[in-house]
Ligand binder design. Structure first.
Ligand code: LIP
Length: 269
């Protein structure tokens, strides 16, 4: 399969998985467990949706690796790994807030965000029925519409961010918001990293800054932003990863990263 065909496979599976997630939401959602913190929940639907995705990928691409939020990692022999968040925006999903997505990416090389090369991505938001897709060199798309990152206007940038599940990280996260606020017209905190990144790719947001993301939160969205002409990094010289994710147009990315680094150098966050 080439990148376009891998994109098509991701799309088919994301649509089926999104339909299952939406159906389960309508039937009522049960919290199955907590993970890294009390606020870090997993629902039975998260687990069921990931099992569906894993089964479909196993049938279609048995030699590929898998890295999923709920069922962990399995190395493959093909040099490709599927990086999956079955329901990104789990807390929204559990509360009935209709803003969550199935995020599926396939990467080349070691399943390590600092070194992998994203090949294809699909981020599907079932309640909005919006499918964001990209493959390496093929551009980023919302349905049939080609996407391009936006540039902030005179009023400043519309910037999304997020806060970790661990309350001990909230003070630093808030300091970071204060540090980037001079660049912003306003802040958005919508609760699903893959959609925050997809919205940057679509020009619905000018930028996105968040600490603490997992590989499955950003793997697909980062490819969308890059294929839409944006820049996605961590701290200088780093790829997006748990320490930091910064996504925007080239000029805004530089300004955001400069302020995030300044805060870190002051030892505050
Ligand atoms: C979530 C991210 C969100 C972040 C949350 C959590 P999950 O992923 O999409 O941006 O702020 O802490 O990591 O847990 O819903 O898959």
């Amino acid at each position: 399969m080439d990148a376009r065909e891998l994109r098509d496979l991701a799309v088919d599976i994301a649509k089926e998985a999104g339909a299952l997630a939406r159906r389960r939401r309508s039937e009522g959602v049960a919290i199955a467990a907590t993970k890294s913190a009390l606020a870090d929940i997993v629902t039975e639907a998260d687990r069921e949706v990931e099992l569906l995705i894993r089964a479909r990928l196993g049938d279609a691409r048995p030699d590929d690796g898998f890295l999923g939020e709920e069922s962990g990692a399995e190395r493959g022999a093909s040099g490709l790994t599927w990086v999956v968040d079955p329901i990104d925006g789990t807390v929204n999903y559990a509360y009935g807030i209709p803003h969550y997505a199935v995020s599926i990416a396939v990467v080349e090389g070691e399943p390590e965000p600092q070194t992998w090369d994203a090949v294809a991505a699909a981020v599907f938001a079932p309640t909005e029925d919006e499918l964001f897709t990209a493959y390496r060199g093929g551009g980023a798309w919302l349905g049939d519409a080609r996407l391009a990152v936006g540039e902030p206007g005179d009023a400043g940038a519309l910037i999304a961010t997020g806060f970790g599940y661990d309350p001990a990280t909230h003070a630093g996260d808030l300091e970071r918001v204060a540090q980037i606020m001079p660049l912003a017209r306003d802040i958005r905190r919508a609760g699903a990293a893959s959609l925050d990144l997809a919205y940057v790719a679509a020009g619905r947001l000018d930028g996105y800054v968040e600490r603490g993301l997992q590989p499955w939160d950003h793997a697909a969205g980062a490819l969308l932003v890059r294929e839409a002409g944006g820049v996605v990094t961590g701290m200088p010289g780093q790829q997006p990863d748990r320490p930091m994710t910064i996504a925007a147009s080239p000029s805004l990315h530089a300004a955001l990263q400069e302020r995030v680094v300044l805060l870190a150098e002051n030892g505050s966050a």
